[in-house]
Design a protein around this ligand. Structure first.
Ligand code: KMH
Ligand code: ZN
Length: 275
């Protein structure tokens, strides 16, 4: 089995300091959280950024500031900026996160419209085609985020048509968002069984499912994402003090289950990224 790639989704766009005071907003706080995650064993940081007051933004200037500062603290980490942004942002606004220098190695590409709590996360076919075109032109490898079962078929069809980058594809099955596919082992197996040979995948369990989905992903040979974007608690009733604490719990689970954890360079090999 390949080594386990751990991704830390350190910030998100929806969670707030009111929910957990350790959610980062400022550049300094974002670097602190990235470093805590990488020091604990994360090979990848999935990045959203905020204004100092916590407002989510996709401004490439803010992404530049944050990614430059993260690279100083964690020179080798793989950064996956969000192109999902926050619900309600326009497609152009969302894509601005990929306009940094250097261009990111990877970026998320969300695979369909879905409910998102009380909101709608809008990803129409034209939006996804535009995002796919941009990533093909710029040589950015997408992480295909599937929140619903049908999202997988949608993106596989688009890849077959050449509308988005194809094999080897990296999927992130984000399960347990209120209104979307529940975070069950059954649903995870259904999705994993349908991905093309040579693909890689990650499981993200939302809220209380963070670790109950991490465990099957570890034993099935997949990869794991945790972080404040997805879950604010280390265990029931105990707020996590940092993203590093959440990553450390996955590292400990992997050790108990006999799976080694990948460095960022090992993750680049596993994900077929160019060095
Ligand atoms: N903030 C969510 C609406 C992504 O990063 O690509 C979407 C999201 C997905 O977080
Ligand atoms: Zn995200």
């Amino acid at each position: 089995m390949e080594k386990l790639i751990i991704t830390a989704a350190i910030c998100g766009a929806e969670v707030t300091k009111e929910q957990n005071p350790n959610v980062p907003y400022t550049v300094e706080e974002i670097v602190r959280e990235a470093k805590s995650a990488v020091d604990a064993g994360a090979a990848i940081v999935h990045l959203h950024v905020r204004e100092d007051d916590g407002t989510p933004t996709q401004s490439h200037k803010r992404f530049q500031e944050c990614t430059d500062a993260i690279r100083k603290a964690c020179p080798n980490v793989i950064l996956i900026p969000s192109t999902g942004g926050a619900v309600g942002m326009s497609p152009d606004e969302r894509l601005d996160s990929t306009n940094t220098n250097p261009i990111p190695e990877m970026a998320t590409l969300d695979c369909g419209t879905c409910n998102f709590g009380d909101d709608i996360f809008d990803n129409t076919m034209p939006t996804m085609r535009a995002f796919g075109k941009r990533m093909i032109e710029k040589g950015i490898k997408p992480e295909y985020e599937c929140f619903e079962m049908g999202h997988l078929d949608t993106i596989l069809t688009m890849a077959r048509k050449g509308e988005v980058p194809g094999n080897p594809m990296q999927f992130n099955f984000v399960l347990g968002v209120p209104g979307c596919t529940p975070a069950t082992v059954d649903n995870l197996c259904w999705l994993v069984n349908k991905i093309p040979t040579g693909s890689t995948w990650t499981a993200t369990g939302i809220g209380r499912h963070a670790f109950t989905l991490a465990a099957p992903a570890i034993v099935m040979g997949g990869n794991v994402r945790v972080g404040f974007e997805d879950n604010l608690y280390l265990e029931r009733g105990v707020l996590a003090k940092s993203n590093g604490e959440l990553v450390d719990k996955v590292v400990r689970m992997a050790k108990l289950l006999g799976r080694q954890v990948a460095t960022s360079d090992e993750a680049r090999e596993i994900l077929s990224l160019k060095h």
